[in-house]
Write a protein that binds this ligand. Structure first.
Ligand code: DMJ
Length: 667
C-alpha cells in the first residue's frame, strides 16, 4: 500500500518533519494524549452517574437515551418562547419565538411549561435550577445552632387582645404610637412537647437569619450552599434587603428582639427604593415590602415603618398610569417606566393586579392619603365590570384595553392570590367591603363547579381550566393555600356555600399533604398531577423542585385553628423534620432540586418568603390562638399580618384631616 499511495513529506525550515504516526509520538506527547482521553472518560462517567436526571434513570441505556434526547432538544430549549399565541399578543411587539410542531403540537403544553418555568424563574431569580457548588452531603447536625432557644416570646404577657382597654373612636379603637403588640406564643403552663416544637421552629429562624446576616446582609436573599448573596430578579438589581424586610415581623412575633432591632435600623438607614434603577415587580414589592413594613408598623407603632411603606408604594405608583388603571407588572423607580414581563405579551397578571388591595387600603388609612386606595378601587371596578367567561376570571388581562388575554384559569400560579384577596379584603375591612365577598362567592361557586376534580382513589384537587374545560389534571403547590382560604370562607359567613367550603378545605389540605407524603423527602413538589396511575406526584423535572414554599403549611395552620384536628399539627411537625433533614445546610436553608431523591441536591436559594411565611406559619401552628388571633388579624399573601379595622386596637388609622375653615384660602 505505501508504495502505491502518495506520501506527503513535510518540511520545516528545510528540515524534513517525520509524518504523524503512532510510532512517531514522543513519550511526553503520549502521556498528554492519554491524560486528555482519561479526563474525557472521567467527565463522561461522572455526568452519567451524578447528574440528577441520569441518576433517576433505571439503566445506563436509559441514561444514554435521555442524553441523546436532551442534546437533540437543547437548541430550541435555549430560546424560551413566549407563552402566548399570536392572537393573544394584541398590539404589543412579539418577543421571542412561538414554537409549533413540538410537544405534540399542543400549544397548551408549551404554554403551561413556560408558565411554570416563568414562575420558577421569578422565584429563583431568572435562573432555573442553577446548579449549586455543592459541598459534600450537607451536614444537618453539625450545623445546628444552640439546641435550646431562649423562650422570650413564649412567656411575656400579651397586650394584643386588649381592645377593651383602648379608646374607641368612630373609625375603631385607637392605639397610642407607643403601644406595641407583645407576642406571647404559649402560656407558662403549656405542654412541654408543644413548647419544644415551637422552640425548634424559632431556632430554625435564628439559623436562617444569622446566616443571611453573615453572608448576605443588606442584599436580597442568601445562597446558603455557596454562602453568598442571591440576586433575585423580582427585586430588580438593587440591594433592598428583601430578607430583612420580609423576615422582620416573624422576628418580632418570635420575640427575637435584638435581631428585630438590627433589621429595623437597617430599614431606617438603608432602604431607599426610589434610587433603584432597574425593574421591580409591583406585586412582589407590594406583598413583601409594603406588606412587611405595614405589619411592623401595626405591631410596633414605630413611624419609620409607616414612612418607608409609603416611600415604597410611591415608587410603584407610576406603574398604574395605564388607560384602565390596571398596573404594569414591572416598574423602574428611577425612570418611572412601567413594562410587562417578556413572557406575558401586553398583559398584566390576574394574581398580581388583584393582590394589592389590602396593603394599599391600609396604607391609605394609616397615612391619611387616599391615593393608594383610589388605585386599588379602580382595579376592583375594572375586574368586577369585566365580562367573565363562565363566571371565571382568566389569568391575563391587558391594562390598555381591559380585555382578557387567553382564557386560562387557575387557582395556582397567575391566579391564586386574587381570589385570596377578595375574601381577605372583606375580612380586614370588618366586612364593610361586601362587594369583595360577593365577588369571592361567585368566583368560588364557578371554580368549584369547573375546576374541582376527584382522582380515582378519592383525592380532591383543583385542575387547570381553559375555555371552560379542564385541560390539565394538575395542581400547583401554590394552590395549596386554598384549603385555608376555603376554611376561612366557611367559618366567617354562613351561606349556601359554607358547608361545601369546609368540606373542600379538608379535602384539598389532605391532597396537598399526600403530595408531601408521597415524596421521598416528605416535602411536596412544585406541581403534581393526576393521570392514569399517577396521583399527587410530579412528572416533569421542573415540577419536582421544592422551593421552600409555605402554602401547604399555611393551610395546616388555618385548618388547625378552625377545626382543632390534631392531624394538622402532626403534619406540620413532619414538615419541620423534613426541612431539618433535607433543606438545612451549614449556611442556612436551601430549596431542593428533586423531592423524590433520598439525598436531594439543593438549589442554593434561601427564599425571603421562607422567613416571612414558611417559618411563621409553622410557628403559629404550635402557638396559642391568641398569637395573631384570626379575629383581629388577617395575614396578607406573604403572611404579613394586617389588623382588622374596628376590631384591632393596633389599627392606627391616621386622624381625619382637619376640615378647611371657611376663611381658609390656602389650597
Ligand atoms: C409568596 O411570595 C406568596 O405567597 C405569593 O402569593 C405566592 N408565592 C410565594 C410563596 O410561595
Amino acid at each position: 500500500m505505501t508504495g502505491i499511495l502518495p506520501t506527503y513529506q513535510r518540511f520545516v525550515n528545510g528540515v524534513p518533519v517525520p509524518s504523524i504516526s503512532r510510532r512517531s509520538f514522543r513519550l511526553r506527547e503520549k502521556y498528554l494524549i492519554v491524560s486528555v482521553l482519561l479526563t474525557f472518560g472521567i467527565v463522561w462517567l461522572g455526568a452519567l452517574f451524578y447528574l440528577p436526571e441520569f441518576k433517576s434513570s433505571t439503566s445506563v441505556n436509559d441514561s444514554v437515551y435521555n442524553v441523546y434526547k436532551r442534546i437533540q432538544k437543547a437548541g430550541p430549549e435555549l430560546l424560551m418562547p413566549p407563552p402566548l399565541a399570536q392572537n393573544d399578543v394584541g398590539d404589543f411587539p412579539v418577543v421571542g419565538i412561538v414554537r409549533h410542531g413540538e410537544e405534540g403540537d399542543d400549544p397548551h403544553i408549551v404554554e403551561d411549561r413556560n408558565r411554570l418555568r416563568a414562575k420558577i424563574e421569578e422565584d429563583m431569580g431568572m435562573k432555573v435550577l442553577e446548579r449549586p457548588q455543592f459541598d459534600a452531603a450537607p451536614s444537618v447536625s453539625s450545623s445546628r445552632g444552640p439546641s435550646k432557644a431562649p423562650v422570650d416570646a413564649l412567656e411575656e404577657p400579651a397586650v394584643g387582645n386588649n381592645a377593651a382597654s383602648k379608646d374607641v373612636s368612630p373609625s375603631g379603637p385607637k392605639a397610642e404610637a407607643s403601644d406595641k403588640y407583645v407576642a406571647v406564643a404559649l402560656t407558662s403552663d403549656a405542654d412541654p412537647e408543644i413548647r419544644h416544637k415551637l422552640e425548634t421552629v424559632k431556632e430554625m429562624m435564628r439559623h436562617a437569619w444569622n446566616n443571611y446576616k453573615l453572608y448576605a446582609w443588606g442584599k436580597n436573599e442568601l445562597k446558603p450552599i455557596s454562602k453568598r448573596a442571591h440576586l433575585s430578579s423580582v427585586f430588580g438589581g438593587g440591594e433592598l434587603g428583601a430578607t430583612i424586610v420580609d423576615g422582620l415581623d416573624t422576628l418580632y412575633l418570635m420575640g427575637m428582639h435584638d435581631e428585630f432591632r438590627e433589621g429595623r435600623d437597617w430599614v431606617a438607614e438603608h432602604l431607599h427604593i426610589g434610587e433603584v434603577d432597574s425593574d421591580l415587580s409591583v406585586f412582589e414589592t407590594t406583598i413583601r415590602f409594603v406588606g412587611g413594613l405595614l405589619s411592623c408598623y401595626a405591631l410596633t407603632g414605630d413611624a419609620v415603618f409607616k414612612d418607608k411603606a409609603a416611600e415604597v408604594a410611591d415608587a410603584l405608583l407610576p406603574a398604574f398610569e395605564t388607560p384602565t388603571g390596571l398596573p404594569y407588572a414591572l416598574i423602574n423607580p428611577s425612570t418611572k417606566v412601567g413594562r410587562q414581563y417578556h413572557w406575558s405579551g401586553p398583559n398584566s397578571i390576574l394574581s398580581e393586579v388583584g393582590t394589592l388591595h389590602m396593603e394599599f387600603t391600609y396604607l391609605s388609612d394609616v397615612t391619611g392619603k387616599d391615593v393608594y386606595r383610589q388605585k386599588v378601587d379602580r382595579i376592583r371596578e375594572v375586574l368586577n365590570n369585566a365580562e367573565k367567561p363562565n363566571d371565571l376570571y382568566p389569568n391575563f388581562i391587558n391594562p390598555r384595553t381591559g380585555q382578557w388575554g387567553q382564557k386560562h384559569i387557575s387557582l395556582g400560579a397567575l391566579g391564586d392570590s386574587f381570589y385570596e384577596y377578595l375574601l381577605k379584603a372583606w375580612l380586614v375591612s370588618d366586612r364593610e367591603d361586601s362587594q369583595a365577598r360577593v365577588m369571592f362567592d361567585a368566583a368560588m361557586q364557578a371554580a368549584l363547579d369547573k375546576m374541582l376534580r376527584v382522582s380515582p382513589s378519592g383525592l380532591a384537587y383543583l385542575a387547570e381550566v381553559k375555555y371552560g374545560r379542564v385541560f390539565e389534571e394538575k395542581m400547583d403547590h401554590l394552590s395549596c393555600f386554598a384549603g385555608g382560604m376555603f376554611a376561612l370562607a366557611s367559618t366567617t359567613l354562613e351561606n349556601s356555600l359554607s358547608e361545601r367550603y369546609m368540606d373542600v378545605a379538608k379535602k384539598l389540605t389532605h391532597t396537598c399533604h399526600e403530595s408531601y407524603a408521597r415524596a421521598d423527602t416528605k416535602l411536596g413538589p412544585e406541581a403534581f398531577r393526576f393521570s392514569g396511575a399517577v396521583e399527587a406526584r410530579a412528572q416533569k423535572s421542573n415540577e419536582k423542585v421544592y422551593l421552600l414554599r409555605p402554602e401547604t403549611f399555611e393551610s395546616y395552620f388555618i385548618m388547625w385553628r378552625l377545626t382543632r384536628d390534631q392531624k394538622y399539627r402532626d403534619w406540620g411537625w413532619e414538615a419541620v423534620q423534613a426541612l431539618e433533614k433535607h433543606c438545612r445546610v451549614e449556611g442556612g436553608y436551601t430549596g431542593l432540586v428533586n423531592v423524590y431523591h433520598q439525598s436531594p441536591q439543593g438549589d442554593d436559594v434561601q427564599q425571603s418568603y421562607f422567613l416571612a411565611e414558611t417559618l411563621k406559619y409553622l410557628y403559629l401552628l404550635f402557638a396559642d390562638d391568641s398569637l395573631l388571633s384570626l379575629d383581629e388579624w388577617v395575614l396578607n399573601t406573604e403572611a404579613h399580618p394586617l389588623p382588622v379595622k374596628n376590631k384591632n386596637p393596633l389599627y392606627r388609622a391616621a386622624p381625619p384631616a382637619p376640615r378647611p375653615r371657611p376663611d381658609d384660602n390656602t389650597v
